[in-house]
Design a protein around this ligand. Structure first.
Ligand SMILES: NC(=O)c1ccc[n+]([C@@H]2O[C@H](COP(=O)([O-])OP(=O)(O)OC[C@H]3O[C@@H](n4cnc5c(N)ncnc54)[C@H](O)[C@@H]3O)[C@@H](O)[C@H]2O)c1
Length: 358
């Protein structure tokens, strides 16, 4: 027979420190980004990502877990370095913008491996745009031709300004040439980048956008194999930063470009499913970017080479971004304590805690 239940006092009802998980809302993420500064934060994030690429081998790695539908994909992206564990929830729905919604939204969590307790829950829609751009620029540092100053930005959606500013912050790009099949998207980027210090040129075609550009970024969204760049458009010595091909049956480059370019990628097991690499035979050569970053493989070797970063986005980049946020919010007001974890005084008396709260 159950005995009388003593109700908890207000002090006892208040969650203990262990129950509280720092939560970074979209509002607080925007404050944090402005506090650090967009370009300084892109540089700092690139540093965190680079550090984690250097210790690539010690991470748990798996292709992301994808749930596909006719209209999009929902994915979970987990990894761990043995001390911390992180995952991101992210979607990709190219039709969403027509319905007033974003193509990509995300949130993520970092946990302590020793206790298994979460230590951070955060929005990651903005953070994904920042980390994707930082990763692109980090890769371009090793792969773009020396002295690159002009980039083409094809696909002028949510990621575009971030991609452009990261190339400015890390490589010193001073000119961006924009193209999108929707002129309103190009107008939006041109408006947002006015005052950034960049020369912004709006173009009427992809051919026009790549004129004189040493870095060609493709960041389009379509749920099919598209041909954003054809072989004849790609001259010697350029670096292609291919961001938008990141799902089975969703690519951006003509196969002949992929065949001719020197390919660099994140995690082969995932890129084979999702990247431009899905167009190529099993034995197609590539270099893993972490090897370039850690100095065990060369990046760009000469001025004539066409380099291709076949980016799909990998969990370790999100882990780095989560580490950055955990470190940077300490001692600030850019988070709220979220009562996320049940924390009974007697760890085995979860039921008693429930009954005393009634
Ligand atoms: N590699 C990564 O790590 C990573 C990270 C985030 C997003 N992505 C991918 O990047 C892509 C862009 O994401 P977003 O959030 O900017 O999407 P978005 O929907 O906001 O923007 C995509 C833009 O591409 C344009 N577009 C579509 N087809 C085009 C074409 N043939 N030529 C020129 N422009 C075209 C659209 O008009 C739109 O403005 C998506 O496919 C997304 O899945 C990749």
């Amino acid at each position: 027979m159950a005995g009388p239940v003593t109700p908890l006092s207000p002090a006892e009802l208040a969650p203990s420190d262990k129950a509280l998980v720092p939560f970074v809302s979209v509002d607080n993420m925007m404050r944090l980004i402005h506090h650090v500064g967009i370009e300084p934060m892109l540089r700092e994030l690139a540093g965190y990502i680079e550090d984690d690429f250097r210790r690539w081998e010690l991470f748990d790695k798996t292709p992301r877990v994808a749930s596909h539908s006719d209209v999009g994909v929902i994915e979970l992206m987990p990894t761990s370095d043995g001390e911390a564990y992180g995952f991101k929830y992210v979607n990709g729905h190219p039709k969403n913008t027509r319905e007033g919604l974003q193509t990509v939204t995300a949130f993520g969590l970092l946990a302590d491996v020793y206790t298994g307790y979460p230590v951070l829950l955060t929005e990651m829609t903005l953070l994904t745009a920042m980390r994707t751009a930082a990763t692109s620029a980090m890769a371009a540092k090793y792969l773009a031709p020396k002295g690159a100053r002009c980039m083409a930005m094809i696909g002028n959606g949510a990621q575009a300004e971030f991609q452009t500013l990261a190339m400015k912050a890390l490589l010193g790009i001073d000119t961006v040439r924009l193209f999108d099949i929707d002129a309103r998207a190009t107008e939006k980027v041109a408006r947002n980048l006015a005052g950034s210090g960049l020369t912004v040129v709006s173009c009427a075609s992809a051919e026009e956008a790549i004129e004189g550009a040493q870095i060609l970024t493709t960041c389009t969204a379509d749920k099919q194999n598209a041909t954003i760049l054809t072989d004849n458009m790609v001259g010697a010595g350029v670096h292609i930063n291919a961001i938008g091909g990141d799902c089975p049956g969703k690519t951006e480059l003509h196969r002949d470009i992929v065949a001719r370019a020197e390919m660099f990628l994140e995690y082969p097991e995932q890129t084979r499913i999702e990247g431009e690499l899905q167009q190529m035979p099993e034995d197609h050569p590539f270099t893993e970017l972490w090897q370039v970053v850690s100095g065990t493989a060369p990046g760009r070797r000469d001025a004539q080479q066409v380099t291709l970063f076949d980016s799909v986005g990998f969990a370790i980049e999100d882990f780095s971004a989560l580490r950055f946020v955990r470190d940077r919010i300490r001692g600030t007001a850019y988070y709220a304590d979220l009562d996320l974890l049940a924390d009974p005084d007697d760890p085995r008396d979860l039921f008693g805690m429930l009954m005393r709260s009634g």
